[in-house]
Design a protein around this ligand. Structure first.
Ligand SMILES: Nc1ncnc2c1ncn2[C@@H]1O[C@H](COP(=O)(O)OP(=O)(O)OP(=O)(O)O)[C@@H](O)[C@H]1O
Ligand SMILES: [Mg+2]
Length: 455
């Protein structure tokens, strides 16, 4: 028997090294090499013989462009992030924190598809059939015809897929699946990569849409090799604060639709319910304006949403803290520097905390102006006016840059009864928006001036 050879595989890029190294020689990431077993024996000499014949090539213009067929999942918010529904032979990877509701959402979607006459298969590797049934009962999916397979061995799953030919199959989760052909442990990089590759090939060959549930690491990234994200057609992230009932699904990559689209759900006793009008769920309820709070309009994907940014500035020790929840911390440090340099607002000896209300994560720089105004408001102990919103990117030179699709943001704010807006000059609409007084600004100092005059 050939002696098994130990190699080291990088958790980030999937590259290998014959010996353990602190730094991956391929992607230079630290501490990512983990022990695995080299899977293939020495390759046969004529391994590529089959490829020696030339294959036919086609002119692009001669290839018929067929539109992809989409089947709606019955969950409008999920369809929105998928780009309209599941695609035949499409592979979706969905990741999220433990207990956020991945299994719940997918079980609901499968049940809706089954009721719409699609053949479905739910492969569970983490829970027993009885546990899945219990969840289905709690979700009110009585009499559900969804086919359930409690299995973790890849070969058996593939064989079942071939026999059953479902329109959609969910693998919950890819980390539990293992192949007999590999000697490494389930969940290891080699296993996850191999199993995902086999399942992807099966999806493309049979036309079955496959949804892979993936674990996330402590840092919140999808666990397993990075190549997993390249392999699949769509990558979705399930996020949200487990303490609040709202959940967001975000498309990070989508070969069949727009990215950065988000779907909003509320977790209820009966499972996840789509929130069709999420504009105002990320506002906390204050009877009167309070210091340190500024509402912004964020535009993720195609829908504008109003989100409250809160800041607390409090005297700190010799090394004051800067903490942010839902916003980038590096960006916070940068904004504090801009605030000091260009608006003369110093927080050097103060602890600064900022938070996006409701567990929402904001990645767009359009939040800058609202963050700055919330910080200044907290520092001065003065609330911003009632019905106030602000948005705009702030540059290192103190300039306020426009946010994409400013009109839509302003209209949404007006619709929800907001009356005063401080926005980048380039975003100021040519035609007045009813009920909204707009103060266009070009620089941070100007924005501070406007706010001082208003409060
Ligand atoms: N009886 C209940 N009433 C209301 N909500 C419940 C109830 N039981 C569970 N939940 C909700 O369902 C969530 C678990 O959802 P689910 O099992 O789908 O998560 P998951 O993302 O699949 O987790 P894992 O990563 O562990 O597989 C819980 O966090 C809780 O919010
Ligand atoms: Mg689960």
């Amino acid at each position: 028997m050939a002696k098994e050879k130990t190699i080291y595989t990088c958790n980030e890029c999937g590259g290998t090294s014959p010996k353990w190294l602190g730094k991956c020689p391929h992607c230079n990431a630290w501490n990512t090499l983990i022990e695995s077993v080299a899977e293939s024996a020495a390759p046969a000499k004529n391994r590529f013989a089959a490829l020696a014949k030339t294959a036919e090539v086609t002119t692009l213009a001669d290839i018929e462009a067929t539109d992809v067929d989409r089947t709606p999942t019955g969950q409008d918010e999920l369809d929105r992030v998928l780009g309209g529904g599941i695609v035949e032979g499409g592979v979706v990877l969905i990741g999220g924190d433990p207990g956020i509701g991945k299994s719940t959402l997918l079980l609901q979607a499968l049940d809706a598809l089954e009721r719409a006459g699609q053949k479905t298969l739910y492969v569970t590797g983490e829970e027993s059939g009885a546990q899945v049934a219990l969840r289905a009962r709690r979700l009110g999916l009585d009499g559900s015809q969804v086919q359930v397979l409690a299995e973790i061995q890849l070969e058996k799953i593939l064989a079942t897929l071939e026999v059953q030919q479902p329109a959609i199959a969910v693998i919950d989760s890819i980390q539990t699946v293992y192949s007999e052909q590999l000697t490494s442990a389930p969940g290891s990089v080699a296993q996850v990569r191999e199993c995902a590759a086999h399942l992807t090939r099966a999806a493309k060959a049979s036309g079955t849409a496959i949804v892979l549930v993936g674990h996330v690491t402590k840092e919140g990234a999808l666990a397993g090799p990075r190549v997993l994200e390249h392999m699949v057609d769509t990558v979705l992230y399930f996020e949200g604060d487990t303490h609040s009932s709202f959940r967001l699904i975000r498309a990070i990559k989508n070969r069949f639709g727009a990215v950065n689209e988000i779907g909003v759900f509320a977790m209820t006793e009966k499972g996840l319910k789509g929130v069709t009008n999420p504009s105002a769920i990320f506002l906390s309820q204050h009877a009167e304006p309070v210091p340190g709070s500024c509402v912004m309009v964020t535009l993720e994907g195609t829908r504008p949403m109003l989100v409250e940014i809160q800041a607390l500035v409090d005297s700190g020790g010799p090394s004051p803290r800067r903490l942010s929840v839902g916003l980038e911390r590096d960006r916070l440090a940068m904004l504090l520097a801009v605030l000091h340099r260009h608006a003369g607002v110093a927080c050097m000896d103060q602890d600064v905390f900022v938070n996006a209300v409701g567990g929402v994560r904001i990645s767009e720089p359009a939040a800058d102006l609202a963050v700055m105004l919330a910080i200044t408001s907290s520092l001065r102990g003065k609330a911003l006016p009632k019905g106030f919103i602000a948005f705009g990117e702030v540059g290192l030179a103190g300039e306020v840059r426009p946010a994409p699709r400013g009109q839509e943001r302003l209209k949404e704010a007006a619709k929800l009864g907001f009356s005063v807006a401080v926005v980048p000059k380039a975003n100021a609409p040519k035609k007045a928006i009813e009920g909204l007084t707009i103060h266009p600004v070009e620089r941070v100092e100007e924005a501070m001036e406007v706010v001082r005059a208003l409060t």
